[in-house]
Design a protein around this ligand. Structure first.
Ligand code: XCC
Length: 709
């Protein structure tokens, strides 16, 4: 901008601040906002469930999905139906798009080509009032003097890793509060379902496990909470108690052993202030350090806490997708990642008393489905298995607007991330009641519950009452609805413990199959799905197909699990699609080639399996024939999780391209140097076939180093 333009811009800004001139948003219309109080346009949208191309029955869908990924039809032309491979989402996208309503795929199109080259490469900074600065050849430094390498590395840690780490630790903190409440107030709703697990981990934490379960629950929860809140300069007790010995030595040597998680995040954010740290390598190593806190004070620990409360995973057959919704039942969706209140609601709704209340309202009953990672967790927990009100998993995060457009969702309750800001207007249009289960997530015009684990039973009852009201209103208004009829059968419930149990008590049979080469190695395909060209679930599916054909066993976690489910890869029948070695193993055990570990937060369980495998082989974690893949990563937790994987010594593949390509120092450090330090490294690759080859090559390299043929 010229000096004249700058003066003009500041003068205009000043006028806007004083109210003398309109802001940019003042020129938008009320239909461009999500506050249901001002959004008056939903009634104009004409919803027609008949003018859509319906998906064929599931068997044909599976055939179509397999043919489809062989074509190159993944670009702008034909978007988004060329990337959406979920049969229900394909139908409901058409409904929403025909009605002219905002939705995730159309918003992605609207954002093209506005998306900014500088931001994509990490070369823009908005931290201080001299900015925003963008780095180019003409202007190689920001106004403060920051160079490209520092700007990219700082953005990486500040915008992605600190947010993701604090989110996972915050989640763990809430789970610990809930365990404490279950001990202090056993009538509050949550139960201690896996007492053995509580004793085992409390013992590993150095606590006295020979006391009443209630007292032990309180003590263990307080131990976790104390560690999360410890200062950054005091070594974390959870890391000390649960991380592999060889890793801890390395982390100490490299200065990466973290202290208390919240304090680590505060330290890292402080470093990001303008004119503070400028060493790019420091930001990158600090990110790895945050990755360790992210694991042991976040993912790993929150899994243990939730399993104590909801029962460890159990291998079983379950169902998935929108076809599980029922026109004449009260349909409750629970969305998010922290199914604590949801579990109490399922408990209550499964009782005869609440089923009767539903019948009194004119329904055939009340049922609950989990959306996104929450649903993935709930179908896995042993504690949900025989609860009749829980009917299955609904879909990935991309599908939530389309889900409400069915018109049959009576209550959409949500707790922790992955609830779109547009939910209030969809709820208004389609008569759904919304309820937030934690004040950390507030949507415009939407009721929010305080997070009080001691009162969860009461809160769950309130949620179910809201659902009953929603149903009554839907019926009274005689609303038109449509449920896409597609459902997948899937085998779920995999975890270290459930796999060991299925294998007769140890991981040895799995190790034998890896050693004899039937299984070449393991790939964890985790994380989200994105709306980008070539993604939308397609990239995950294509890569996974390639891996199992190459005899690589796949573990899934996150919205990737939904993709595996609606493409049939978590069905034992998918054994026929594998290479000969993996096929033989799957057939012998009656398992699919993709083992669903559940949610993205269940990555903590995958690292647990990997750590036990490494222990059984007496090797460090980085020696395992293992690759971590996030082929459609979306948000900050995924980036923090990638840092965890780097800390544990693993190759991490990510797509789409993360915003680090503006600096060769950052790229080289994360893709090469970290590995030379005994850590893992990052690989970026967009093409699915190349990606499969990268995984295969890495696994074969690790096999060779281990002396395996
Ligand atoms: Fe959200 Fe977990 Fe990502 Fe899916 S995988 S888009 S975070 S729901 Ni977690």
């Amino acid at each position: 901008m010229s000096i004249k333009d700058i003066v003009k811009s500041y003068t205009r800004s000043a006028k806007r601040m004083s109210g003398d001139e309109k802001t940019f948003a003042a020129d938008l219309t009320s239909k461009d906002f999500n506050d249901p109080a001002v959004h008056e346009h939903t009634h104009e949208a004409k919803v027609d469930y008949t003018k859509i191309k319906k998906s064929p029955p599931m068997e044909e869908v599976h055939k179509w999905q397999r043919d489809h990924i062989k074509t190159d039809d993944q670009t702008k032309e034909g978007y988004p139906l060329n990337v959406i491979i979920d049969p229900t989402m394909r139908e409901m996208y058409q409904v929403v798009n025909n009605a002219g309503m905002t939705n995730v795929f159309d918003r992605f199109s609207e954002q093209q080509p506005t998306q900014c080259k500088f931001c994509i490469e990490g070369l823009s900074c908005q931290l201080c009032a001299n900015g925003p600065c963008r780095i180019s050849q003409k202007a190689p430094r920001g106004v403060c003097g920051v160079d490209a390498h520092t700007m990219v590395a700082r953005n990486f840690m500040y915008r992605h890793v600190t947010i993701g780490t604090s989110a996972n630790i915050f989640h763990c903190h809430q789970a610990a509060r809930t365990l404490k409440a279950a001990g202090d107030h056993p009538e509050s709703g949550l139960k201690i379902r896996d007492a053995e697990k509580l004793k085992k981990y409390a013992d590993m934490a150095g606590l006295n496990a020979n006391q009443s379960l209630e007292k032990l629950a309180v003590e263990f929860a307080e131990w976790v909470i104390r560690d999360i809140h410890a200062p950054f300069h005091i070594e974390s007790k959870t890391v000390e108690a649960f991380a592999p010995t060889k890793r801890k030595e390395l982390w100490r040597k490299l200065g990466l052993f973290p202290g208390g998680g919240y304090s680590e995040v505060a330290y890292a954010q402080t470093q990001c202030m303008t004119n503070f740290t400028s060493d790019p390598i420091e930001f990158l190593l600090r990110s790895v350090r945050l990755g360790i806190a992210n694991e042991y004070q976040g993912l790993f620990m929150l899994n243990i806490l939730q399993e104590i409360l909801m029962g460890t995973q159990e291998i079983t057959m379950k169902k998935q997708n929108m076809g599980l919704l029922k026109e004449n039942r009260i349909n409750v969706i629970t969305n998010g990642h922290m199914p604590l209140l949801a579990h109490v609601a399922i408990d209550l709704a499964s009782s005869d008393e609440w089923q009767q209340k539903a019948k009194d309202a004119g329904a055939e009953g009340i049922q609950i489905l989990g959306h996104v990672c929450e649903g993935q967790q709930l179908i896995n927990y042993e504690g949900t298995n025989d609860q009749k009100s829980y009917v299955g998993q609904e879909g990935e995060w991309l599908s939530q607007e389309y889900l409400l457009a069915t018109g049959v969702v009576d209550l959409f309750m949500f707790d922790y991330n992955c609830t779109m800001p547009t939910m209030p207007i969809f709820a208004k249009k389609f008569g759904t009641k919304l309820l937030s289960a934690h004040p950390v997530i507030k949507l415009q015009g939407t009721e929010t519950l305080d997070f009080i684990p001691e009162k969860m039973k009461e809160q769950a009852a309130k949620a179910l009452e809201m659902a009953i009201e929603g149903f009554k209103k839907r019926k009274a208004e005689n609303r038109e609805t449509y449920i896409p009829p597609h459902v997948s059968d899937c085998m779920v419930g995999f975890s270290t413990e459930s796999i060991k149990k299925a294998l007769g008590g140890s991981l040895q049979p799995l190790i034998d199959q890896i050693a004899n080469g039937n299984i070449r190695g393991i790939a964890t395909i985790v994380g989200c799905t994105t709306a980008r060209y070539g993604q939308g679930g397609s990239n995950i599916f294509k890569i996974t197909k390639g891996l199992i054909e190459n005899n690589i066993l796949v573990l899934s976690g996150g919205c990737t699990s939904s993709v595996m489910e609606y493409t049939g890869l978590t069905n034992p029948k998918a054994a026929d699609e594998c290479g000969e070695g993996l096929k033989a193993v799957c057939k012998q055990l009656g398992i699919p080639p993709v083992l669903s570990y559940g949610a993205c937060v269940d990555i903590g369980k995958m690292t647990h399996t990997a750590m036990e495998l490494a222990d059984a082989l007496n090797i460090d974690t980085n020696a395992l024939p293992l690759v971590i893949g996030a082929p459609e990563y979306l948000e900050q937790k995924a980036v923090a999780d990638a840092c965890t994987a780097v800390a544990l010594g693993w190759l991490v593949h990510v797509a789409p391209v993360p915003s680090i390509t503006g600096s060769d120092v950052v790229v080289k450090t994360l893709t090469e140097t970290t590995e030379t330090l005994g850590l893992g490294k990052v690989v970026v690759e967009m093409d699915a076939e190349n990606t499969v080859q990268i995984y295969v090559d890495h696994i074969e390299k690790k096999r060779k180093e281990l002396g395996l043929g």
